[in-house]
Design a protein around this ligand. Structure first.
Ligand SMILES: C[C@H](OP(=O)(O)OC[C@@H](O)[C@@H](O)[C@@H](O)Cn1c2nc(=O)[nH]c(=O)c-2cc2ccc(O)cc21)C(=O)N[C@@H](CCC(=O)N[C@@H](CCC(=O)O)C(=O)O)C(=O)O
Length: 145
């Protein structure tokens, strides 16, 4: 797989755009945490625009694999980057200075349960978010390519 190419299009959500850009500019030295918990930056290809979208997310890692959680604070709808990732599973994840390519795969059943446990261990708020919505919060596992 070639690294993702395309034109970066900043998010309209200021807070998240600033954190993703600060993170990328400083290799995670700044913007690397949220309330003391580690953050990563996910790059997805826009489902409609084909542009590169960068999204700061909590870091959920296990044995070199990562999971990303489309929680959006327990909102009733999936975040937009969820639809990008469904349309274009080839994503990039920056963890600290390192940016690598991954294939994203939505997980279900026991596999999801195992990753959900890891996600909540990394960021306990996820449990509250799932409590407050009947939307099943999606979890994707990113496998290195
Ligand atoms: C606001 C919207 O953002 P979103 O993709 O819905 O993602 C919402 C949030 O998930 C995102 O802001 C996350 O960064 C918030 N967030 C977390 N969000 C999570 O869901 N999970 C997390 O663990 C998480 C952690 C986190 C930590 C730090 C931080 O700063 C933010 C964090 C957005 O960027 N919209 C763009 C469009 C982006 C896009 O992908 N457009 C598509 C077309 C979309 C369409 O029209 O169909 C395209 O380009 O093709 C815009 O309005 O220009």
């Amino acid at each position: 797989f070639m690294p993702l190419t395309g034109e970066y299009e900043p998010s309209t959500s200021d807070w998240a755009r600033k954190q993703a850009e600060l993170y990328e500019a400083t290799g995670g030295a700044e913007g690397g945490e949220l309330r003391g918990m580690p953050v990563i930056v996910l790059t997805t290809v826009g489902a409609k625009s084909g542009k590169l979208r960068k999204t700061a997310l909590m870091r959920v890692e296990h044995d070199g694999e990562y999971a990303v959680v489309a929680s959006l604070g327990g909102a009733p709808k999936h975040p937009v980057w969820y639809f990008n990732m469904v349309a274009h599973p080839h994503v990039e994840l920056q963890d600290g200075p390192e940016k690598l390519d991954y294939l994203a795969r939505e997980v279900t059943g026991d596999e999801k349960a195992a990753w959900w446990e890891r996600a909540v261990a990394a960021f306990p708020d996820y449990a509250d978010y799932q409590e407050k919505t009947d939307r099943e919060i999606p979890v994707f596992v990113l496998e290195a390519i």
